[in-house]
Design a protein around this ligand. Structure first.
Ligand code: GTR
Length: 404
């Protein structure tokens, strides 16, 4: 029998089509640009008390801290800064990793607070030819299967193409979200929330999953600052989708990151919430109640009442570099809303820091990345994913920024 035309073959095709639709575009949400409601965004340059913000001093001492605390109170929750101690233990090393091109360091990052501790494993590869000359680094915050960040390199994945980064002279690192807070409704409280910061669980603006993941990225940065093989002043934090939301929240708060990269982070990440295109605030809070602070529920079907929108998160990263990446078929994440957020948020780079970074009105097309000083954007063809092509664009951007 010719299998190609069997009914079995057609039902597989239908199934594949349905799966693709369910991840790319869920039914019952708006994907029609003409149906995006009219909205007005909070003004980046007017404080809540009505003060006009024009100078770097006012931005740094008034508006930026205010923006961060609005995101803490209404979206992601407070991010605890206090800890009693942090130690880094090399639990496995390999001087001849990747056929001798890299050094592998598997590090346990242990944090203590109030007599309790948690340990977050951190995997790092450092390019060998950079010895004596500290290498810039990219950290991935990942929620996907741990095989994607396999330190043994028996499994290799384009999601974290470590060999590519090494060959281009970058150190490459990864943390898995499950080591700080499980990506799971039932068990997210384990690890840092129950053990280190239990008071957060009682606060309506307490940290939840995304905040915990950002906290983990900051602890990885603490490690980078201690490793002479790594140049922590040239570090990028990267996340895909939910990891991209966490990456933006990391970069907005922690000024040690030179580059913040959001890959298809969508709702609660780079996309403007008020557009209600694809995933909405109500949908994300219903499906993932453990990602955001409890107060974020107030904005279910009530986006216009939010005192922030996501362009302000981009602005909080200024003057440091920020890169937003979208995928053409990832309408669920609202590629247009992601670009608009970057364009509007980067007015902080332009207006406050006088950087020459005016992004084009028109959203860049597939295969035409824009790398303009501290701002990067690309639209990749295809569906929701983080691929080797996305990474190669990130590295092109970083090469230029760091003048490698
Ligand atoms: C989806 C979720 C998105 C995005 C995505 C992912 O189910 O609705 O907000 O975070 O998961 O992380 O891949």
């Amino acid at each position: 029998m010719n299998n190609r035309f069997s009914p079995y073959f057609f039902s597989i095709l239908l199934l594949l089509g349905a799966t693709r639709l369910s991840t790319a575009q869920q039914a019952g949400f708006n994907y029609d640009e003409s149906k995006v409601p009219s909205y007005s965004l909070p003004d980046l340059f007017v404080s809540t008390k009505g003060q006009e913000i024009n100078t770097i001093t006012d931005w740094n001492f008034v508006r930026r801290p205010e923006i961060i605390s609005l995101f803490e109170d209404h979206v992601y929750g407070k991010l605890p800064r206090d800890l009693d101690g942090i130690t880094f233990t090399l639990v496995n090393g390999d001087e001849q990793a990747m056929d001798g091109l890299a050094i592998l360091k598997e590090v346990n990052v242990t944090v203590q607070r109030n007599g309790k501790s948690i340990t977050m494993p951190l995997t790092v590869f450092v390019p060998k030819h950079h010895q004596g000359d500290a290498a810039p680094v990219f950290l991935l915050i990942t929620h996907r299967g741990p095989e994607n960040i396999d330190p043994t390199r028996k499994e290799k994945s384009d999601f974290w193409p470590a060999e590519m980064l090494i060959s281009r002279g970058y150190a490459v690192a990864a943390i898995h979200v499950q080591d700080v807070s499980d990506d799971n409704k039932e068990t997210f409280k384990e690890d840092i929330l129950t053990k280190l910061y239990p008071e957060q669980l009682t606060m309506s603006n307490g940290m939840r999953g995304l905040g915990a993941w950002a906290w983990g990225a900051m602890r990885a940065m603490d490690y980078f600052e201690s490793d002479p093989d790594i140049d922590a002043t040239r570090a990028g934090v990267v996340g895909h989708s939910r990891g991209g939301k966490a990456a933006l929240w990391t970069g907005a708060q922690d000024t040690r990151w030179a580059i913040t990269i959001s890959n298809e982070s969508g709702c609660g990440g780079a996309a403007l919430s008020r557009r209600r295109f694809g995933e909405t605030v109500a949908r994300i809070n219903t499906n993932f109640p453990y990602w955001f602070t409890d107060n974020f529920n107030r904005y279910n079907d009530n986006e216009d009442a939010l005192p922030v929108d996501q362009h302000m998160l981009i602005a909080a990263i200024a003057p440091r570099a920020v890169y937003v990446a979208s995928a053409e078929e990832d309408q669920w994440a609202d590629p247009k809303g992601e670009y608009l957020s970057l364009k509007l948020g980067s007015r902080a780079h332009q207006t406050i820091y006088q950087m020459d970074t005016k992004l084009p009105q028109e959203q860049p097309k597939v295969g035409e990345p824009i790398h303009m000083g501290s701002l990067g954007y690309h639209m990749r063809g295809g569906t929701h994913n983080l691929t080797a092509l996305d990474w190669s664009y990130f590295l092109d951007f970083a090469d230029k920024l760091f003048q490698k």
